[in-house]
Write a protein that binds this ligand. Structure first.
Ligand code: BV8
Ligand code: ZN
Length: 247
């Protein structure tokens, strides 16, 4: 099975990888929906929404501060490095991530479409400007925007919010022209991200899923690897370097 995927990659011109929280699980970042998941204590609609922030911005900032402190301590895992390497094997390669932890860039991936934003960035809730802060936000004293006095929030996409226009547009264009689309470490439940693999498949891409658990994509995929991304992706890249690239 893996040889076949390696073979397809060797001949591919255009490839897309969509990653989710499972990609960072082996770095020690809890996933959203696993039982040890981030949501174990809270539920998405309770925290990752504008309503939650308006109703209780201290609680929402406490949750994000806890996640930021955690993310500052973790490192990319072999799966992140393997994806940075995989980009070298596919001329037109697009990495789309739902993750907000920045680990793909840390592992050396150049072009990363962060369709749900980046947890380490801040923006103003009123004027939407990006806000650079030298020290960490204190949930008890949420700073005001220096330009307009609005409350500062993490620059991530909350439920019910639009995804960054160009970024998601670029992701869909890449999915439409892909020869091969890999969905890695995502439960494929959150839209519009979860629509990307379906669009790719509909436009003729080979769909590969890497996830220890079944997802709504499992029946649609041409290849399923019930495996950890940190283990399988390095194996795939290792196989590619063994067989080399056909021109
Ligand atoms: C929008 C940023 C509207 C914040 C996040 C009903 C039906 C369909 C859709 C909807 C609906 N009701 C509402 C909606 C829309 C909603 C949605 O999809 N809801 C879902 C829950 C049903 N979507 C939205 O609201 C989006 N916006 O639709 O706007 C709109 C439209 C027009 C005009 C105006 C507005 C916004 C969605 C973005 C929300 N933000 N995150 C933050 O991080 O705090 S979502 C959050 O979930 C993360 O980004 C996360 O990445 C994402 C998806 O989760 P996964 O990454 O898949 O993680 P999960 O834990 O679920 O799964 C991990 C997987 O990894 C598991 O399968 C596991 O088996 C696997 N795994 C574990 N270990 C490993 C592994 N895999 C590999 N290796 C391992 N080692
Ligand atoms: Zn402002």
């Amino acid at each position: 099975m893996l040889e076949q995927v390696a073979e397809i990659i060797r001949h591919a011109q255009r490839g897309v990888v969509l990653t989710g929280a499972g990609m960072s699980a082996e770095s020690g970042v809890p996933t959203f929906r696993g039982n040890e998941g981030l949501w174990a204590k809270f539920r998405p609609e309770d925290l990752a929404t504008m309503d939650a922030f308006i109703a209780n911005s201290k609680l929402v900032w406490e949750w994000y501060k806890w996640r930021r402190d955690l993310i500052r301590q973790v490192k990319p895992n072999p799966g992140h490095y393997a994806l940075a390497e995989l980009a070298r094997w596919i001329p037109d390669f697009t990495l789309v991530t739902q993750n907000v932890d920045g680990l793909h860039r840390l592992a050396g991936s150049e072009r990363v479409l962060e369709i749900h934003g980046n947890i380490l960035k801040n923006k103003c809730i009123a004027c939407d400007r990006a806000i650079e802060l030298d020290d960490e936000i204190d949930p008890k004293q949420i700073p005001a925007c220096p330009h307009c006095g609005g409350k500062i929030r993490p620059d991530v996409v909350w439920f019910g919010e639009m995804l960054p226009e160009e970024t998601i547009q670029e992701a869909f264009e890449a999915a439409e022209r892909a020869d091969i689309f890999l969905s890695v470490g995502t439960s494929a439940l959150v839209h519009p991200a979860a629509t990307l693999p379906v669009v790719a498949k509909r436009h003729g891409a080979i769909l590969v899923e890497i996830n220890p658990d079944e997802t709504p994509l499992t029946g649609l995929a041409d290849f399923n690897f019930a495996a950890k991304s940190g283990e399988l992706l390095p194996e795939l890249v290792e196989m590619l370097s063994r067989v080399g690239k056909t021109e």
